[in-house]
Design a binder for this molecule. Structure first.
Ligand code: ACO
Length: 156
């Protein structure tokens, strides 16, 4: 399985992967918007020409005064038969390195469902994210989110 930068022609495959895996879905125009606004931050995992996982990420544009630039993981998922192979971790690391290297991001944030054990374990245990705060009723079905954060190593 090959990890590479996402391109506009991957968007349909990324969307298909998202529809299989998550209740939070986006219209193609959102994918295009994110890809065009932060083109170095979204990646796909590809197996024999098929998109089997993706990470969609962007730089946070609303940086308040005194706040450092930071990235945001919008959505990540891996098809069921490709899980526990380290793909999500590789996708996260690739995107985080680009956030720090290309955009000088000091940290990265994301939202995750409180009940999402697999994702929480990926972020907290495997990648070193910490729970920054909880956001009540963040998801459309009323579930709370954790806002998680991870500091990024500055690159020379
Ligand atoms: N249970 C416990 N720990 C897990 C699990 C799990 N099911 N899956 C991953 N982890 C942890 C482990 O620490 C794992 O390391 P290990 O395999 O050496 O023990 C580590 O995360 C790395 O796992 P990966 O193999 O890289 O993760 P994978 O490629 O399987 O993808 C993902 C994880 C993306 C959460 C996948 O289960 C998935 O697609 N789930 C459905 C979609 C989803 O929930 N996405 C996240 C929503 S939040 C957001 O998008 C910001």
């Amino acid at each position: 399985v090959n990890i590479r930068l996402a391109r506009v022609e991957d968007l349909v495959g990324m969307q298909a992967c998202n529809l299989h895996n998550l209740p939070e879905n986006y219209t193609l125009r959102y994918y295009i918007f994110y890809l065009l606004s932060s083109p170095q931050l979204s990646y796909v995992a590809e197996d024999k020409g098929r998109i089997v996982g993706y990470i969609l990420a962007r730089m946070d544009e609303e940086v308040a005064q005194g706040e450092e630039p930071h990235g945001h993981v919008v959505s990540i998922s891996v098809l069921r038969s490709y899980r526990r192979l380290g793909l999500a971790k590789r996708l996260m690391v690739q995107s985080q390195e680009a956030m720090a290297g290309v955009y000088r991001a000091a940290y990265v944030t994301l939202h995750v469902r409180k009940s999402n054990r697999a994702a929480l374990s990926l972020y907290r245990d495997s990648l070193g994210y910490q729970i920054h705060e909880a956001e009540k009723g963040y998801y459309a079905d009323g579930e709370d989110a954790y806002v998680m954060r991870c500091a990024l190593e500055p690159t020379p």
